[in-house]
Design a protein around this ligand. Sequence first.
Ligand code: ADP
Ligand code: ASP
Ligand code: MG
Length: 420
Amino acid sequence: MAIVVMKFGGTSVADVGRIRNVARHVKREVDAGNKVAVIVSAMAGATNQLIAWANEASPFHDKREYDAIVASGEQVTAGLTAIVLQSMGIKARSWQGWQVPIRTDGAHGSARIMDIPGEDLRRALDEGEVAIITGFQGVEPGSNRIATLGRGGSDTSAVAVAVALEADVCDIYTDVDGVYTTDPRIVSKARRLPRVSYEEMLEMASSGSKVLQTRSVELAMVHHVRTRVLSSFAKPEEMAPVKVGELEDIGTIVCGEDEIMESEVVSGIAYARDEAKITMLKVEDKPGIAARIFGPLSDASINVDMIVQNVAADGRHTDMTFTVQAAELPRALSVLEAAREDIGNFELKSSDGIAKVSVIGIGMRSHAGVAAQMFKALAEKGINILAISTSEIKISVLIDAAYAELAVRTLHSVYGLDAA
Ligand code: ADP
Ligand code: ASP
Ligand code: MG
């Protein structure tokens, strides 16, 4: 029998009716004799509501209390899922992060999982009980406080539990039936990828494809977790249960490069709206300046994405441009102002309403001209590029957010990704 981890996202557990549907997926695996651990998200919209309440209480709230609040959404769905399974005659119980325990570091609001002792869970599974585990949350052992893993964190909970249980597969059930060449809600011609490599999925996730949280892909890659993305809306009884040693090619399998027969030069287009751009003008060009700028931002847990430093035209001053999440812009600006004494002279310019569009593919390693093709296509649509960054398998550009969808659609067809 196989050990199966099944994760269900917010839309899949949006109400009790949908939770009943989730339970039928679980039943299929239990009936086949598999040992099942289920990871659930909060009901769709619940986490947003909880965050809004925390912000309403105070915009400058204690991050530990924020975590205590937002972790509650998953507690509800875990309990409901257990009740529904029990009502179907299946042995099941809910587990909160601290009960497993899922141990995290102390970075409240975006904690990382440090370790999951799997013995208690394994014992429960051995006794034929389905374990329903709250996604998104864990406990920081030092302070014994609840910590959450950042938006979309239930994916990471699922992969981490799969590692702890040495599961045969980590199935991520969501509201689309796999990973597509781009967000299928934006581009109707997007195509499902039967397989995608960890490396590409990592770049897609970190560039804004929120179908999997970035950290979950990192974990899956490091521990070689066979991860599948599937639709929870598919008929539960029409799907085959998981079998040891063979993984049916449905949905999308995230796997090693060596397991992918043929790959396109470009396999996906990702985009992230809600970016903001900060330009620091006339910064002194001397050793240590970047550390003095980005040190305080990192201390304030502000994620800086693209960084572009211009050459100093006069040999003494330079301009530094970088991006942060639009929601973090006010905080980033005040951190920089507070560090003014240490950084030295600079002028600040900033704008939100920026989008990042990225073209991703392992084939880029061996193909030239991908970037040139991207710039030409955007130019033909009159889309201005504000900044460019590249990695071995990705090219990203910053553009005005108003053109994001046009850019994604254009690039999707330029690289031959459109469905027939
Ligand atoms: P869940 O609540 O199940 O975790 P999410 O909303 O976090 O679901 O992720 C699923 C969504 O990700 C899809 O509805 C889709 O709009 C979006 N998405 C973005 N990029 C992609 C992509 N390349 N392939 C599939 N879905 C994508
Ligand atoms: N409920 C959390 C969120 O909305 C975690 C998740 O769904 O993965 O971000
Ligand atoms: Mg998600």
